[in-house]
Design a protein around this ligand. Structure first.
Ligand SMILES: Nc1nc2c(ncn2[C@@H]2O[C@H](COP(=O)(O)OP(=O)(O)OP(=O)(O)O)[C@@H](O)[C@H]2O)c(=O)[nH]1
Ligand SMILES: [Mg+2]
Length: 328
């Protein structure tokens, strides 16, 4: 038994020994796993806990599979895109939602505080982006509905606590994601996915960058992910890095903002039309009104044209920030 296990660990172990149902056992084991310090010396112990969690979760699921059926959460997408938080217990997910949005998630210094998904809206420049707080990815009770929300997300925000070893956290999360048949990364040419597997774009966020040792942990995290996935460091508590994170989210959403106007009218830069990257002038027209797509004769654009006010065809591909004057 490695030394330095905190007293709360032994309390949780006592709860585990006294637990009667598999659900209670899983809950106690998860608390033990969350409390246990993460370093090489505890590798074996953590693997053993995970094995026991898997065993009792299976048992619990067998017992409740009937009553569980149909219990799911569907969170309607709002704004320019849906960003879903992925993290281990205590990573700082709820704090992030609390700092950036009007939502009031429970922020707590004990693990597994969040039990259900909770959306909030981030304001980024002149648009809103939905940020979805989630229970920790290791929460077995959330398992029946958890992966559905991740697979449906536009971007996954992988939250890594910079107060602890970041690589062990990443490996734990990657293993969970693999179990949910989620593959991280952008699309590669000729890269066929096996059936049932979905690809998701991740942004890796190192949280709690105000803590001691976080600089070194951030370097480790960047070295591991850099080149493969974008990485940013934030402190939700002190409000640092958030602007950069929002910008990175915006980039990952793969969207553009254009400003449509009628001839002779002024451009309203507070009311962008949000479109997928690669959208055309006729897509912009359709977003104003569905019939407008057909009625459109031509457009003039300020931005991605060769010169301001250039007349372009309906198939012209728009760029972020373009002003489009639609002529019907
Ligand atoms: N120093 C510091 N502490 C933070 C920061 N963000 C969160 N915390 C603390 O970390 C603990 C966990 O924060 P939560 O936001 O509840 O963590 P969570 O990821 O939602 O946890 P679960 O709901 O259990 O998955 C709390 O005690 C927070 O006060 C931060 O930026 N800096
Ligand atoms: Mg939480």
């Amino acid at each position: 038994m490695p030394a330095n296990l905190p007293p709360q660990y032994f309390e949780a172990e006592k709860v585990y020994r006294q637990a009667k149902t598999p659900e209670e056992k899983v809950e106690a084991l998860e608390t033990m796993l969350a409390i246990m310090p993460k370093h090489k010396g505890t590798d074996k112990l953590r693997a053993d806990l995970r094995r026991r969690i898997a065993k009792f979760s299976e048992e619990a699921q067998r017992r409740t599979s009937v009553s569980r059926k149909g219990s799911a959460y569907n969170i309607r997408k709002e704004g320019a895109g849906q960003v879903v938080l992925v993290g281990l217990p205590n990573a700082g997910k709820s704090q992030l939602v609390s700092t950036l949005t009007d939502a009031f998630p429970a922020v707590a210094d004990y693990p597994y505080a969040t039990k259900v998904p909770l959306p909030g809206m981030i304001r980024f420049e002149n648009i809103q982006i939905q940020l979805l707080d989630m229970p920790p990815i290791t929460d077995r009770e959330a398992k029946p509905w958890f992966s559905h929300l991740l697979r449906n997300a536009d971007v996954l925000l992988i939250v890594v606590n910079l107060g602890e070893d970041p690589l062990i956290q990443l490996e734990d999360m990657f293993a969970e994601l693999e179990g949910m048949k989620i593959k991280l990364g952008g699309e590669e040419v000729g890269d066929e996915l096996a059936p049932g597997i979905v690809r998701k774009r991740p942004l890796v966020v190192g949280s709690k960058s105000d803590l001691d040792g976080s600089d070194e942990h951030y370097r480790m995290l960047s070295a591991r992910c850099g080149g493969e996935f974008p990485v940013v460091a934030i402190s939700a508590k002190e409000g640092t890095g958030l602007e950069e994170m929002n910008r990175a989210i915006y980039k990952m959403l793969n969207i553009i903002r254009v400003y449509t106007k009628s001839p002779g009218k002024k451009t309203d830069f507070d009311e962008p039309v949000v479109l997928k990257r690669g959208s055309t002038v006729e897509d912009a027209a359709q977003s104003v009104h569905k019939d407008f797509r057909n009625r459109l004769r031509y457009a003039q654009i300020w931005g991605s044209g060769k010169y301001d006010g250039q007349r372009v065809k309906r198939e012209h591909i728009l760029e972020d920030g373009d002003v489009v004057e639609l002529h019907a």
